[in-house]
Design a binder for this molecule. Structure first.
Ligand SMILES: C[C@@H](N)C(=O)N[C@H](C)C(=O)O
Ligand SMILES: [Zn+2]
Length: 256
């Protein structure tokens, strides 16, 4: 075996010190809120497989028989696309377009993502509304943590937003911003528009027509019956009573 001379031993020692310094430097990251930031599932959590895009029978020529198993929805950290569970909601995510208080497109896709347990409650509420000839229209549901920061930075009045330091129940997939539509898809009259950050949005605001109060209370009563709670400042916002059981997440819409 070839022996190292004194010079090469010094070189080996120097290389070791340099690698250790690089490791220490690269391994350092500043302290942050404990948010799971990637679309990749944490250890122990598995992605279910993405369903094939399009209808196999028309696009690939492969016939789908009634025996084909239903396509599995993608579930990541409990989050799922609502449409995969129930297709009867009206989805109009305001932050997926420019028609919102920032004037900017905050979300990359108009995909309604929600925690699966919150979805189960929401579907029960929607079924109650359907008995009355209405359906839920969704303005917002899961909101990635990075989007919360953008909204926070854009908002002049912070009264109507959860601070990124605390995080929002939307970041847990466990809050929804909703209204009701009738069988023609027409929104029921409410005391204010969505994200109208004035006292008209408050749940106790009464200086408006009785019909608007009646619609606001109908929405709230059925949501409360199915395991949601309200906040005082926004009639459209409902939080799953179990929201704090779920983590703050920053998974992008493209992952679903
Ligand atoms: C911005 C508004 N739609 C909203 O969602 N506010 C609540 C309080 C939140 O940020 O969680
Ligand atoms: Zn909300």
């Amino acid at each position: 075996m070839k022996k190292h001379g004194p010079m090469s031993a010094a070189a080996v020692l120097l290389a070791g010190i340099i690698s250790l310094a690089v490791l220490l430097f690269e391994g350092y990251s500043p302290p942050t809120l404990p948010v799971e930031k990637t679309g990749a599932p944490p250890k122990g959590i598995e992605y279910s497989h993405k369903p094939p895009v399009g209808n196999a029978s028309t696009e690939t020529g492969i016939a789908k028989t009634p025996k084909d198993p239903p396509e599995k929805p993608v579930i990541i950290n409990g989050l799922v696309e609502l449409k995969a569970l129930d297709d009867s909601f009206v989805i109009d995510l305001k932050y997926a377009g420019r028609d919102n208080f920032t004037g900017e497109k905050i979300y990359t896709l108009n995909k309604c993502i929600i925690h699966q347990n919150t979805a189960a409650k929401l579907i029960k509420a929607n079924n109650d509304f359907k008995q009355l000839g209405y359906r839920i229209k969704i303005f917002d549901a899961y909101r990635p943590y990075s989007a919360q920061k953008k909204l926070w930075d854009a908002a002049r009045d912070k009264t109507y937003l959860a601070s990124p330091q605390r995080g929002s129940k939307h970041n847990r997939g466990a809050a929804v911003d909703i209204t009701l539509v009738d069988n023609d898809g027409k929104e029921l009259a409410m005391p204010s528009g969505f994200d109208e950050f004035t006292e008209r949005a408050h749940i106790n605001y009464r200086n408006c027509p009785d019909e608007q109060i009646k619609n606001r209370e109908l929405l709230a009563n059925i949501m409360l019956k199915h395991g949601f709670k309200r906040i005082s400042t926004e009639w459209w916002h409902f939080e799953d009573t179990d929201a704090m059981k779920y983590p703050l997440l920053d998974i992008p819409f493209e992952a679903f």
